[in-house]
Design a binder for this molecule. Structure first.
Ligand code: NI
Length: 197
């Protein structure tokens, strides 16, 4: 892969990866730190972004594609427009990409509380309000191993906390009360069986 940062001029390309759905064992594991920042890792980042945009979703963690490592990708800004082709088929055009990659993230400096209805590519079709910190600081490494730090608020903060949970083996349902959790897990497993997911 080229040595420039492909995020600077992101193009929608890569390989479509399989997304594991709840209750796949890989989603329940605590992920291992990333130690090698090589082309293989950068290809995985690219493929994860491609898979996320394709789904579509606004975040995807490595365990969701079967890799138990501390990495997630995200884009809370892109636009997705439905277009009808001349032959009547419906397609989607994506634009305004703002891809982000977080490796070995550590969340600190948490403030406030916010409720937001979350969903997850590993629990498709289930949406529920989850309580998160309103603002956080995230220290992480980029795909070249360089240390980075950002302060995140609102949707970015929520999304980072959701994805970071995946690295701890937690899906968003497990942030809910036992009652809600059991109800939604049952609902999802039923749906999964019915749709053959
Ligand atoms: Ni998720």
């Amino acid at each position: 892969m080229e040595n420039s940062n492909f995020l600077d001029n992101y193009k929608l390309e890569g390989e479509l990866l399989q997304i594991f759905t709840y209750p796949a064992p890989v989603l329940k594991k605590v992920a291992e730190p990333v130690t090698e920042f090589n082309d293989e890792l950068r290809t995985l980042c690219k493929d994860m972004l491609f898979t996320m945009y394709h789904a579509p979703g606004i975040g995807l963690a490595a365990p969701q594609v079967g890799k138990s490592i501390r990495l997630f990708v995200m884009d809370i800004d892109f636009d997705r427009e439905e277009v009808t082709r001349a032959d009547g088929t419906v397609d989607h055009v994506l634009s305004n990409f703002n891809p982000l990659i977080f490796i070995n993230p550590v969340i600190s400096n948490t403030h406030g509380e916010v409720l937001y209805e979350e969903g997850c590519l590993s629990v498709p079709g289930i949406y529920e309000e989850v309580k998160r910190f309103e603002s956080i600081t995230v220290d992480y490494q980029d795909m070249y191993g360089e240390k980075q730090s950002i302060n995140a608020e609102e949707l970015l903060s929520i999304c980072i906390q959701h994805e970071n949970d995946h690295l701890e083996g937690i899906v968003f349902l497990e942030r809910l009360s036992m009652l809600k959790q059991n109800l939604l897990k049952k609902k999802f497993l039923k749906k999964k069986k019915k749709e053959g997911l």
